[in-house]
Write a protein that binds this ligand. Structure first.
Ligand code: SF4
Length: 436
């Protein structure tokens, strides 16, 4: 009898892309993917360990599943991804009700782990496989409009606060050819948007082909003409002028860049081991804007990292005023055991100060986002319709090439259509318009 598998995905786009690879791998083995845990024989949690509360979510989810197992004792539960890679087999002692564990490099072992679990044998496969890129596995994609292509895995940077190098290991790149071929296939299948993924895509390299990320992006844009091309995530120190030149030249590469800065203070950037100063970041922003005037830039910001003073915090706020990000992901610093910061630095900013600084950062970002969006009112923009709006099925939601979210009257349009939309209203998060 065919077994149903439900995969619940937490965290970043890389995890979403991994879920599509795993779905393909398990479908190959005769399992059927199901959208709900209620009719699943096996529930797999694909997890994120980037912050403490991310792990808390997993523990709550496992508690819920324990309840389901009381009613359906044959229900199997697997935990994969960054949390088991971070806690390793200790996770079996932290909570019961887990049948197997697998890490980001060992998804090819899942069929074996599941078979054993079906025989009542609990198992874990948490090896680091430095060359693993899952090349050759065609992802079972959840949508038909936008697609992810992971071009590399892992990260060689050592930011003091970050667990990613511990959970996803050192960088390894897919060959340029396999990425270009995949992009071409997606274009043929009618996908409208492709996002190239990597923890730090800018450091992508295919030495055999003598190709860096700028070269890869250019090839992909040409292999998928008419398809919007995006990429994430960039590290400021590796963002090159040649990459910005490619974005400016190739019309189907979207003019939006996600460029995490984390702090506006050079002193904090040093303590975080980010490898660049405030001034160098601002120079990169100026270089980007010289080549791509209407580019939008988004970022990541951390409030309250070890040793952060009020002056450092003011530096972050003043950098935000200077750059005027379109939007940002903003968090309080959360100690992650095993990181350099956890081992060598004191988490000395009191929680209430962290919270107050985060509130100030969020308030400033919301003001800037609202002002930038208000400047779009009256303009006509090109929107790739992605889905029905949560507000009403008479409205669609989509994005501009600048990655701005637009909600607009449906009219004759459908998800997947490119629609010219006149903007008549805005909020800090959304533009509202009517098709032209
Ligand atoms: S660049 Fe830094 S923050 Fe980003 S994944 Fe690598 S170590 Fe983490």
């Amino acid at each position: 009898m065919t077994k149903n598998i439900h995969i619940r995905t937490f965290g970043c786009q890389m995890n979403q892309a991994d879920t599509e690879i795993i779905s393909s791998l398990l479908q190959e083995q005769g399992y059927r993917m199901t959208g709900s845990e209620d009719d699943a024989d096996l529930v797999i949690l694909n997890t994120c360990a980037v912050r403490e509360n991310a792990v808390g979510k997993i523990m709550n989810m496992l508690d819920n599943l324990k309840g389901k197992r009381r009613i359906r004792p044959d229900l199997l539960v697997g935990v994969i991804g960054c949390v088991p890679q971070y806690y390793r087999e200790k996770l079996f002692d932290m909570t019961d009700g887990i049948d197997f564990l697998a890490g980001p490099d060992t998804y090819r072992q899942l069929p074996m782990l599941i078979e054993n679990a079906e025989q009542g044998v609990r198992g874990a496969h948490l090896a680091s496989v430095p060359e693993e890129t899952y090349t050759g596995i065609e992802p079972l994609r959840s949508g038909s409009i936008s697609a992810f292509i992971p071009v590399m895995r892992g990260c060689n940077n050592r930011c003091a606060f970050c667990v990613v190098p511990m959970t996803r290991g050192r960088e390894r790149n897919r060959s340029m050819k396999t990425v270009i071929d995949e992009a071409g296939r997606l274009a043929e299948k009618g996908y409208r948007e492709i996002t190239l993924l990597g923890q730090n895509v800018n450091s992508y390299r295919d030495d055999e082909a003598g190709c860096d990320f700028a070269g890869l992006l250019e090839h992909v844009a040409r292999a998928a003409r008419g398809v919007r091309i995006r990429f994430t995530t960039s590290h400021p120190k590796d963002l090159s002028e040649s990459l910005v030149g490619v974005i400016a030249r190739e019309k189907n590469i979207c003019n939006s860049i996600h460029l995490p800065v984390q702090s506006g203070s050079t002193r904090m950037l040093g303590l975080m081991n980010r490898g660049h100063s405030r001034e160098e970041y601002l120079e990169k922003i100026a270089m980007i804007r010289r080549s791509i005037p209407d580019v939008t830039i988004s970022s990541d910001l951390i409030a309250g990292f070890c040793g952060e003073s009020e002056e450092d915090h003011r530096q972050t706020l003043s950098l935000m005023e200077k750059v005027r990000f379109d939007f940002s992901y903003m968090f309080c610093y959360s100690v992650r055991p095993g990181t350099y910061a956890a081992k060598r630095m004191e988490d000395d900013v009191p929680d209430e100060v962290k919270k107050r600084r985060l509130e100030e950062i969020i308030a400033l970002q919301n003001r800037i986002s609202a002002e930038r969006h208000a400047a779009e009112v009256g303009k006509t923009v090109e929107v790739l319709a992605e889905s029905e709006s949560k507000r009403s099925s008479d409205m669609l939601m989509g994005r501009t090439p600048e990655n701005r979210v637009v909600v607009f009257d449906r009219g004759q349009s459908n998800p997947g259509d490119l629609v010219r939309v006149k903007i008549h209203a805005s909020t800090s998060a959304t533009l509202v318009g009517r098709p032209q």
